[in-house]
Design a protein around this ligand. Structure first.
Ligand code: CP3
Length: 340
């Protein structure tokens, strides 16, 4: 048996006996042991306390034996490091203040964050996690893609229509580009720190890329993500780009130059894969289907596997993050179907 973990072999497109499985947002949210810990500690406190972040990262690994682990952190921590005020109000989602709207707002944000100084707790968490993980389970580092993080910075919170960001993008593209540039530079250093702390793959989450027209998608989402991935090339760590909602524009998405791409549930893997080229693919079960009867969950899991037909380079995942209300038995049913 090869010593290289299953997840990394699949990322390298080696033929494997069964696809590795991990779920986006697997740490936290859906687990009772997470909710128990959260009753005693605020979300940001968990992120910033390496022992707590390590514990929460390990919980889904202990319970389900996923083939990869993702460090417990958030894509918006970098906004705080760049000088914004970040809060997660009860039931309100993230709030960033004051929102970035003008040239002066962008100028005030740090251009060169020292990741050790401002985000060192994530590096410390990675080190603690790597020390605890079985050697067969690699740790994934992550960051938000510049466009998606900028959405929160400009809107000041989650958004439905992304009007503020599109106003800036269309009305003052030079200001918007300056914001993206700062995010690109800081994200490169942040991800390099995570790799130095032991992460063996990195994923960039572009949750809102699908809100853009194809023309804007390339310029404002894929190109900044490409610059980050390109700047990590010397690390020889596989990279994953998850651009949610972009199944109709994969010819643009592939320009990110990642080693692997995440697909959401709207994509058909058998059609999407050839469009993305000689890469690994991660996906793409609808997370909402984990609320279906177990027999239906297994059937839908099987359908994803049938579409892939054992092609080397498939990593089983959901099409987006696992929902907080997901029953544990549903996750077990997926794992059984894949591993059984
Ligand atoms: O994957 C993991 O389990 C690791 C940790 C992780 C979190 N956030 C922890 C978290 C990861 C990878 C993220 C990424 C993230 N954060 C994204 C991109 C992925 C996606 O789901 O689209 C986005 C858009 C965010 C921003 C964010 N953070 C939002 C919108 C929210 C509130 C709503 C929600 O998803 O729960 C958060 C809070 C957050 N980040 C929680 C967790 C566990 C919930 C906090 C809590 O109440 O305990």
């Amino acid at each position: 048996m090869s010593k290289t973990p299953l997840f990394l072999r699949a990322l390298a497109k080696e033929a494997v006996e069964k696809p590795p499985v991990w779920f986006m947002r697997q740490a936290g949210r859906s687990l009772p042991e997470y909710r128990e810990l959260r009753a005693k500690h605020e979300f940001l406190e968990v992120c910033k306390t390496p022992e707590l972040a390590c514990e929460v990262t390990m919980q889904p690994i202990r319970r389900f034996g996923y083939d990869a682990s993702i460090v417990f952190a958030d894509i918006l921590l970098i906004c705080e490091a760049m000088g914004m005020d970040l809060t997660f109000g009860k039931g309100m989602g993230p709030q960033l203040s004051p929102p970035i709207r003008t040239k002066e707002d962008v100028a005030r944000l740090a251009s060169k964050v020292d990741p050790e100084e401002k985000l060192g707790y994530v590096g410390k968490a990675c080190e603690a996690i790597v020390a605890e993980l079985p050697s067969s389970v690699p740790l994934i580092g992550f960051a938000g893609a510049p466009f998606t993080v900028a959405c929160y910075m400009v809107e000041g919170a989650g958004s439905k229509h992304f009007l503020e960001i599109k106003k800036m993008m269309n009305g003052a593209p030079e200001i918007f580009s300056a914001l993206l540039d700062k995010l690109v530079d800081n994200t490169i250093d942040y991800l390099r720190m995570q790799v130095a702390a032991g992460c063996r793959a990195v994923q960039i989450f572009d949750t809102w890329a699908g809100e853009l027209s194809p023309m804007d998608l390339e310029r404002f989402a894929v190109e900044p993500a490409r610059r980050i991935l390109h700047a990590l090339a010397d690390l020889n760590v596989p990279t994953i780009y998850f651009a949610r909602g972009c199944a109709a524009s994969l010819d643009i998405v592939k320009k990110a130059g990642a080693d692997a791409y995440g697909l959401d549930w709207r994509a058909r893997i058998d059609q999407a894969w050839p469009q993305l080229g000689d890469v690994a693919i991660q996906g793409n079960l609808d997370p909402a289907c984990l609320h279906a009867p177990l027999s239906v969950i297994k059937e839908k899991t099987r359908r994803v596997l049938d579409e892939v037909k054992g092609k080397p380079g498939h990593i089983f995942n959901l099409g987006h993050g696992i929902l907080p209300s997901t029953p544990i038995a549903s996750v077990e049913a997926v794992l059984e179907e894949i591993r059984g």
